[in-house]
Design a protein around this ligand. Structure first.
Ligand code: ADQ
Length: 506
């Protein structure tokens, strides 16, 4: 049974009731966090196979939205982070799979789950990234479900669940992260009926008709419904989750308005809880950057004219990010507005990703072809229309590159949130910068001030680039101010607090 009201009335339900803080300023007791990626990984330095005694290890801290939101929480309250042992030396430095982190302070425990190569292939490259990822981004034609994918996904979720049960007290709070771990909560619930289980689904949740394409969809949903609360970036995803539960389980009672699914005597709350960024850190790094040096470093001799405006795209080379449509839009713009040729350079900062999956290696090849095509068609001795760089940039350089860019294009077909759309405006510390944003990214529901576009509408993207470059100072600054205000609203610890607040309300 489903109760709902007119969809257009479902405004983002961002919960905002403050949560009681303990004396140390944290928001509660110790916590178990569970994710595919680990916050710290150990690698061998030197040849560990040839000479183990002469080898040492190096520890790398992960960067990205998830780690920067959760690592400080675990540092302040203590607890355990359970994750895949992805580093070559991870298990060698751990004691029974556990190691204290951060390395110098040891504020919490990292419990590592070792996985074989075939397990990672089936679970991560397979079911997670060839079934759930295209499904949730509503690109069902790309779903590919070899039998081993599901077998490994189930087995790996089982392994994670065993590790979680091992480190979890009877009534502790556990927080699972993302689409790699949909089944583990059900197993943990069976062993720890009194624990409080949370999940956060970082990618979109599709409409029920799209979710119907999911092989084993009932099991995926059943795993998530073992949780007390499942968080999503937007109210739309939370509502679609409820509708999917209603369509999949006739015995469930679903209230889309309040985001509650009741089944088998258990209640799960779907909550809209947008993730923000560490805005002050981005601002500080951008403010400290020497933008001329960053332009020289990233673009080298590709940029003969150091004063030419930059239009920027930053993302993993993922087919959901809309990079090819962006190149088509640039081509259309330079074709229909020849006066725009030579007036700006488009910089695509791309990182290679998931390349063992054919859809990704094909996409990367198509991106390179498009760059070559544009260079051949429009390039001159004095002007490179497009610069593609796949170099890994540290956070300081990336913040400097954002600041150096006059316009940023964030045009994914679909995106849970998209943190680049949050980072770019606050990095524009000189008050210059225009964000062109896909109306289908989660960020479009939370940020105000961008020029929004349909990510498939090549002509509209071309028009938005043209408009962004010509925006007058007043409008540009007013838009940037609004963007920064909305990014700041979501920055900080609010994300963690809102998630746990949902549990208290339940
Ligand atoms: P992603 O799909 O990886 O994340 P996004 O949120 O844009 O997408 O990026 C995550 C981070 O990676 C950003 O902080 C960005 O700075 C960094 N990054 C991206 N490309 C980079 C590059 N080429 N070089 C250096 N750094 C780069 C998933 C979901 C998103 C959701 C996040 C968090 O797909 O929708 O916003 O999780 O929930």
């Amino acid at each position: 049974m489903v109760t709902t009201r007119d969809d257009s009335l479902i405004a983002p339900r961002v919960l905002s009731v403050p949560v009681t803080r303990s004396a140390d300023g944290s928001t509660g007791g110790s916590l178990v966090v569970v994710s595919n990626r680990e916050p710290y990984s150990h690698e061998w330095v030197g040849d560990a196979v040839a000479d183990p005694d002469e080898s040492d290890t190096r520890v790398t801290a992960a960067t990205g939205g998830l780690t920067s939101a959760l690592d400080p929480i675990l540092r302040s309250r203590g607890g355990t982070w359970v994750a895949w042992a992805s580093g070559g030396a991870d298990m060698a430095v751990a004691d029974d799979g556990e190691v204290g982190v951060p390395p110098d302070e040891e504020r919490y425990t990292l419990r590592r789950v070792p996985l074989s190569e075939s397990a990672v292939e089936g679970y991560y490259d397979g079911y997670a990234n060839q079934v759930l990822w295209p499904l949730c981004h509503e690109d069902t034609g790309r779903i590919w479900a070899a039998p081993s994918f599901w077998t490994q996904y189930r087995a790996v979720n089982e392994r994670f669940a065993e590790a979680v049960v091992d480190v979890t007290e009877a009534d502790q709070r556990v927080w699972f992260q993302d689409y790699h771990l949909a089944l583990a909560p059900r197993r943990v619930r069976e062993a720890r009926p009194d624990a409080t289980l949370h999940h956060f689904w970082h990618i979109p949740w599709p409409a029920p008709g799209v979710f119907a394409h999911c092989p084993h969809g009932g099991d995926v949903l059943d795993g998530l419904l073992a949780c007390d609360a499942v968080g999503f970036h937007t109210a739309e995803y939370a509502a679609e989750f409820c509708r999917t539960a209603d369509a999949t389980f006739p015995d469930a009672t679903v209230d889309v308005d309040s985001g509650v699914v009741r089944r088998d005597g258990h209640e799960t709350r779907a909550v809209a809880n947008p993730l923000g960024i560490e805005a002050d850190g981005v601002r500080r790094r951008a403010g400290a950057a020497d933008t001329d040096a960053v332009r020289r470093d990233v673009l080298g001799d590709a940029l003969p004219d150091p004063s030419i405006p930059l239009v920027l795209g930053v993302e993993r080379l993922d087919y959901t990010k809309g990079i090819l449509e962006r190149f088509a839009a640039l081509e259309h713009l330079w074709e229909t507005h020849p006066e725009r040729r030579g007036t700006f350079t488009y910089v695509q900062k791309a990182s290679r990703t998931r390349e063992s999956i054919p859809a990704y290696s094909d996409y990367r090849a198509a991106v390179h072809d498009a760059v070559d095509r544009l260079a051949e068609r429009f390039g001159t001795d004095d002007w490179r229309p497009v610069v593609l760089t796949e170099r890994r940039l540290d956070r300081d350089t990336l913040a400097g590159l954002y600041r150096a860019a006059d316009v940023a294009l964030v045009t994914p077909h679909r995106d849970g949130m998209n943190l680049v759309a949050h980072e770019y405006p606050v990095a524009c510390v000189d008050g210059e910068g225009v964000l062109v944003l896909s109306e289908l990214a989660g960020a479009a529901t939370t940020l105000d001030g961008a020029l929004t576009v349909n990510p498939h509408d090549v002509e509209a993207i071309a028009g938005a680039i043209d408009r962004a470059l010509g925006l007058d100072d007043d409008e540009r600054r007013a838009r940037l101010d609004r963007l920064c205000a909305t990014v700041d609203d979501l920055a900080g610890d609010g994300w963690v607090e809102r998630q746990f607040d949902a549990e208290e309300r339940a």
